[in-house]
Ligand binder design. Structure first.
Ligand code: PLP
Length: 353
């Protein structure tokens, strides 16, 4: 905490509130962490997705492929480019985009593919990138739940044309409010996003395109630079909490535990199990003092906002079944062994009634 207060003091003293040296420093630190050439601080994870798609030229009449079981932001970013979200179902074990279903969803209008690294585990990127490459379509990683996660030794955000991260306070790396970042190895994409998030100014007072205000605050950058130094340790704690939950629930046949694909490092943004009668279990656990959550009860294609896509129930059976069964157990670095044991015991009791 003293380090965070000191960071806030420095920003206040230098009045570097919008953009400036603290943002630049965080960008350097975060690019190093993700092992990419560039990182750009933006206003939120939603901004990161939207600006990346705009910079890749996504616009009206285009289609962008993603999954139906993520957070609304991914589809919103597509819609705010004027494009249409096209969903492909998920793999039942990893809950990420099923590469076997991807190719059939590609059309001549497909302008980008956004796999979502859900709950802290990266999507199966190699086949996704191979299919995308064959069709000349860029891949944008939604890495907002996977800061520091790895796929075959590669960090989240370093495999696609762009990686999009949100840092709202609930994420593995959380700011003191709203913030986000785009990672990329491509200098051209970086330059385009930099112009877009600063009102379309490539040179001060000269607006070459119609942009937007989506810059990162200096205060958020200073806070994030301090917290980034502790992220590896925090992710390691989440990992060991995940292994303890796994052990404690290993002999409980009514619980489907998270599955970590070989060569993946899961950072357990969320530890989601699957159970039958999920809403009943949720209520009984709450009555015993354990508050679980659900990510996410209604898949995106079944939200009212997307009813115009006319994708009814049954369109994506795996995502829909998982959405009925997902139950997120408490997961944060500060959890103690006793708390985890209590949660696991409570879950088992709640399954029995
Ligand atoms: C949080 C989140 C976002 C959006 O990030 P914000 O910073 O809240 O705008 C996008 N995608 C996923 C999967 C997320 O979890």
């Amino acid at each position: 905490m003293p380090e965070l207060l000191e960071a806030l003091r420095q920003v206040t003293e230098t009045s570097a509130f919008a953009g400036g040296p603290f943002v630049e420093r965080f960008e350097t630190d975060f690019a190093a962490f993700c092992r990419t050439r560039h990182a750009l601080g933006v206003g939120s994870g939603t901004d990161a997705l939207w600006l990346s798609l705009l910079a890749l030229g996504v616009g009206p009449g285009d289609e962008v492929i993603t999954v139906p079981n993520g957070f609304m932001a991914t589809a919103e970013a597509i819609s705010f480019c004027g494009a249409r979200p096209v969903f492909v179902d998920i793999d039942e074990r990893t809950y990420t985009m099923d590469p076997a279903l991807l190719e059939a969803a590609i059309t001549p209008r497909t302008q980008a593919i956004i796999p979502v690294h859900i709950f802290g585990q990266m999507a199966d990127m190699n086949p996704i990138l191979a299919i995308a490459h064959r069709h000349g379509v860029p891949v944008v990683e939604d890495a907002s739940q996977a800061h520091g996660a790895e796929y075959r030794g590669r960090r989240a955000g370093s495999l696609g044309a762009a990686g999009c991260f949100g840092f709202d306070p609930g994420k593995n790396l959380g700011a003191f409010g709203e913030a986000g970042a785009v990672t990329t190895d491509e200098p051209e994409l970086r330059a385009k996003i930099q112009v877009l998030f600063d009102h379309g100014q490539a040179t001060k007072q000269l607006h070459s395109i119609i942009g937007w205000n989506a810059r990162m605050d200096g205060i958020q950058a200073a806070v994030l630079s301090v917290k980034l130094r502790r992220l590896e340790a925090a992710n390691a704690s989440r990992g060991s909490h995940g292994r303890l939950y796994d052990q404690l629930l290993a002999h409980e046949p009514r619980v489907i535990r998270p599955w970590v694909a070989p060569l993946n490092t899961h950072v357990f943004h969320i530890y989601a199990v699957r159970v039958r009668d999920r809403d009943g279990v949720l209520q009984r656990a709450a009555a015993r003092g354990v508050n679980c959550a659900v990510h996410y009860p209604v898949p995106i294609h079944l939200q009212k906002a997307y009813s115009f896509l006319e994708l009814g129930a049954g369109s994506f059976p795996v995502a829909e079944r998982c959405a009925r069964e997902f139950l997120s157990l408490p997961m944060y670095p500060e959890l103690t062994t006793e708390q985890i044991q209590f949660v696991a015991e409570t879950l088992k009791e709640s399954l029995r009634d």
